[in-house]
Design a protein around this ligand. Sequence first.
Ligand code: PLP
Length: 337
Amino acid sequence: MKQIEWDKLGFGFSDVNCHIRFTWKDGEWDKGEFVKDPYITMHIGASCLHYGQECFEGMKAFRQQNGKIVIFRADENAKRMYRTAIRTVMPPVPVEMFIDAAKRVVKANEEYVPPFGTGGSMYIRPLLIGTGPQIGVAPAKEYTFIMMVMPVGAYYKGGLKPVRAVVFDDWDRAAPHGMGDVKVGGNYAASLFAHEKAKHDGWPVELYLDAKSHTYIEEFATSNFLGIKKDGTYVTPDSCSVLPSVTNMSLKQLAADLGIKVECRPVPFDEISEFAEVAACGTAVVITPVWEITRGDRVIKISDPDSCGPTLQKLYNTVQGIQYGTLPDTHNWCFEV
Ligand SMILES: Cc1ncc(COP(=O)(O)O)c(C=O)c1O
């Protein structure tokens, strides 16, 4: 293994020992095998290439203070991928098989899990694709399930850094009763154009409104929206086209544990000025505070551009404490490898 400079790691692919690969054929999953080669050979007619029979997940393993390696809430990612598979007519990966695959592949790449104290983690990317050839529009007859892993660095090296966000009224991400609530690649293809424009124009994240009326807040391209109202309430949108985030689910629980009122309901965009703190939340960075939101000519300042609000900071510290084992895992969210 090449010496890794843990403090220089970003968020990207890197070579590890292996990934784990399973095949579904004749109605069942095989036992899976470790594969070193990061390339895959498939039929040019594979359904994932033509009809988007593809879905994925994202979760993390952490090396804790006591040396144990744990995977955070692997069961929730397993359940979400199960739902996505059903929605896209792919054979769902049983929850137990998914968790077991995650443990096996992390174990097989143990030395790539960043040491405790570096702020890094091992990112786990499960992928389910239709690999059987299918030229008429129909589900494939063969599928591949892969779990790949890679060490990733601490996102925030000097404390949480608030960002500016933008709302574009020209592009939507997901329609009501479409695919927004499941994790398919097409949702990300749908957001790439706006995402690149936002980045080019100086906004690191873009916020989507409901596609039907452009009245309600939905979510960011790769993370959920949460806000802390001036009265301290935790508010997050309830919508059929938002991806149910495992991070948001965890933060809601932790907020409730702290005695914070939690509301999951439609959130009109016009309510934004009533928030004292706003954030994007997801596995990659846990919390990205948002200090300003632009929509057309309107620029809405929410909070201090230089520091994270106190409630977001507390929630962030609590999640990270559970992940790195410096706080008790009172909800049994950590799966030991
Ligand atoms: C569209 C979208 N929303 C929300 C999230 C956050 O979900 P999680 O907290 O499970 O990572 C993600 C990332 O997976 C995402 O891609």
